[in-house]
Design a protein around this ligand. Structure first.
Ligand code: PGA
Length: 254
């Protein structure tokens, strides 16, 4: 759709030290030189590498985001990081509600909503992840699950803030498995997500919301996924760790 932002995001998960972060971003910069892309290219290194990432990405056009953030600004919350701390580093983006946070760290739609509210009080662009597990897809409840996750995560978003929210559809069965969703499955799920947003915020807000696809995205399948009308970008895990394959994905996304 015309004016939706295209985003190519690399979620590095629990990978790369600060020095590996620096060398990967510099290698990515070299591979992207001369490439004209309409996309925002963003990498999401671990917290301890963010400052190095910002420094390495300066002047390259590559943006940097965090993989998570807490909802309180300060206080007795051992191990947590606030939105103001991330903004002070010069970050642009933050992932929220990734399925690995939900599966391993007790994240729920309610905690995603609290994080999202905190992010929207500041300046970061949130990428809110939703997606069904295999049993849900096989039992035909994908639509319900996606609606519940979207409504749960966005329930406290003010109407004038919805324009800042980016969504990511990441079917859990496709993450790290090599089983990419077919372009048709992705497009249908994105349409469902967009309908839930439309029910909450109106059709035009929904039509302007960028929705990324994530789950075993590779250089070979990027172009077909991106050719779907409802797919506005990709969120890449494994294939974003190597500068060469991530640059190929940026190239394939056009
Ligand atoms: P994958 O991960 O590309 O390795 O499947 C995607 C993600 O978890 O964001």
């Amino acid at each position: 759709m015309g004016n939706r932002t295209t985003i190519i995001a690399g979620n590095w998960k629990l990978n790369k030290t600060a020095s590996e972060t620096r060398s990967t971003i510099l290698a990515l910069r070299n591979r992207l030189v001369g490439l004209s892309t309409r996309a925002e290219v963003v990498v999401f290194p671990p917290f301890v590498s963010l400052e190095t990432a910002i420094d390495a990405a300066r002047g390259t056009g590559v943006k940097v985001g965090a993989q998570n953030v807490f909802w309180e600004q300060s206080g007795a919350y051992t191990g947590e990081v606030s939105t103001a701390m991330l903004e002070a580093l010069g970050l642009n983006f933050v992932l929220l509600g990734h399925s690995e946070r939900r599966a391993h760290f007790g994240e729920t739609d309610a905690t995603v909503a609290r994080r999202l509210e905190a992010v929207l009080h500041g300046t970061l662009t949130p990428i809110v992840c939703v997606g069904e597990v295999l049993e849900e897809r096989e039992s035909g409840t994908t639509g319900e699950v996606l609606a519940r996750q979207v409504e749960g995560a966005l329930r406290d978003v003010a109407p004038d803030h919805i324009g800042r929210v980016v969504m990511a559809y990441e079917p859990v069965w496709a993450i790290g498995t090599g089983k990419t969703a077919s372009p048709l499955i992705a497009n249908d799920a994105h349409t469902l997500i967009r309908s839930s947003i439309a029910a909450m915020f109106g059709r035009s807000a929904a039509d302007e919301t960028a929705i990324l696809y994530g789950g075993s995205v590779k250089p070979e399948n990027t172009a077909t996924l991106m050719s779907e009308s409802e797919v506005d970008g990709v969120l890449v895990g494994g294939a974003s760790l190597d500068a060469g394959s991530f640059a190929e994905i940026v190239r394939a996304a056009g």
